[in-house]
Design a protein around this ligand. Structure first.
Ligand SMILES: NC(=O)c1ccc[n+]([C@@H]2O[C@H](COP(=O)([O-])OP(=O)(O)OC[C@H]3O[C@@H](n4cnc5c(N)ncnc54)[C@H](O)[C@@H]3O)[C@@H](O)[C@H]2O)c1
Length: 334
């Protein structure tokens, strides 16, 4: 089938496009290149434009009537930026997504897979969250995702739209052929910072926050290999109607993680094992908005989508290190 992938020039979108191709499907990319690099589009079917552009969407769908499902990944995603620029985040992630969903319903393309985030969850005892755990989004970015989950649920009740909402935990690594990966010049997330410290681009790796109520005081996360995450999208588009039937609702949410919680200190240890050398570490206070964290209960994705992760943390770290060495060839910068 053909699958429309908005944000398909981005990190997860380009990896998902590759996974769709591997499963025999054809991704059609819609991306404004606001952030994503042109190089990640490769030779795929590509429309450069904005998700809110109704005329463009009409053209895409008339040129590719075989599109059966839309994976909507296009968004602004930088948490601190969302604190400084809430208007841009609500406009792009909420208002523009509304236009997209309404157009899709109008054009008779009601299947939507939506990229949501584990950053919606509040902190719970034991740190394991399932899809019904309480939500407590801590940033404007996370709140845009919460709003869109509500929009999808309401639109699915009132229209033909049907939605599979995927709450990603912490994607890391690259695809198996190292064609795309993290492309920020200075990645802010923890594994990107570790890679920079390991390569000598930073003097030390700073553990931000060591007083959390976790087993060693540092934040806990569920690091999911981006290639596993990409495969979950293949499962979601292939099993879309069956999944919606099985849950007996017009929209439904799935956690996508490994099911394992890893603290920052544990991550550093595993990183050093894979890297083969110690990384200089310092401790610093938590950054504003840093959450204690959570890890996924992944039973629902396993039972309904038939998907589970298959790659472990060492493989994800090794993939991230390999990508860091390779990326200059693709992006033109280290
Ligand atoms: N990376 C993570 O850690 C993470 C975690 C949870 C959820 N997510 C979600 O997954 C999705 C993909 O994230 P990513 O890490 O690949 O981000 P990314 O920034 O690499 O990709 C997003 C893409 O969307 C495009 N885009 C943004 N606004 C657009 C618009 N209005 N019209 C068309 N294209 C537009 C950008 O150019 C970019 O290529 C996002 O929705 C994000 O919120 C990401």
């Amino acid at each position: 089938m053909k699958v429309l992938v908005t944000g398909g020039a981005g990190y997860i979108g380009s990896t998902t496009a590759k996974a769709l191709e591997g499963a025999g499907h054809i991704p059609v990319i819609l991306d404004s290149l606001l952030i994503g690099p042109r190089a990640f589009v490769r030779d795929r079917i590509f429309y450069e434009g904005d998700i809110e552009d109704r005329d463009l969407l009409r053209r895409v769908l008339s040129e590719h009537p075989e599109i059966e499902c839309t994976i909507h990944m296009a968004a602004r995603i930088v948490v601190p930026e969302s604190v400084e620029q809430p208007y841009a985040y609500y406009r792009d992630n909420v208002a523009k997504s509304l236009e997209l969903f309404d157009s899709l319903v109008d054009l008779g393309k009601p299947r939507v897979v939506f990229s949501s985030s584990a950053s919606l969850y509040g902190t719970v005892e034991g740190f394991e969250v399932d899809e019904s755990s309480p939500l407590d989004p801590q940033s404007p970015y996370a709140r845009t995702k919460q709003v869109m989950e509500m929009v999808l649920s309401d639109m699915a009740e009132a229209t033909d739209l049907r939605a599979i909402i995927l709450r990603y935990f912490n994607p890391v690594g690259s695809d198996p052929d190292l064609e795309s990966g993290i492309y920020a010049r200075e990645p802010s997330h923890v594994l990107g910072q570790l890679v920079m410290a390991a390569q000598g681009q930073k003097k030390t790796f700073a553990i931000t926050g060591s007083d959390h109520p976790t087993r060693d005081g540092t934040g806990i996360r569920d690091y999911i290999h981006v290639w596993d995450l990409a495969q979950a999208h293949v499962a979601a588009v292939e099993g879309f109607d069956r999944a919606i039937d099985e849950v007996g609702a017009t929209s439904t949410v799935f956690n996508l993680g490994t099911g394992d919680g890893v603290t920052v200190r544990e991550l550093v240890k595993t990183f050093e094992k894979v890297f083969g050398k110690e990384v200089p570490v310092t401790e610093a206070p938590p950054r504003p908005g840093d959450a204690v964290g959570a890890f996924a209960n992944v039973d629902k994705a396993r039972d309904v989508l038939g998907w589970t992760s298959s790659l472990d943390l060492e493989q994800a770290i090794s993939s991230a290190l390999d990508w860091a060495k390779k990326r200059k060839q693709i992006l033109g910068y280290d």
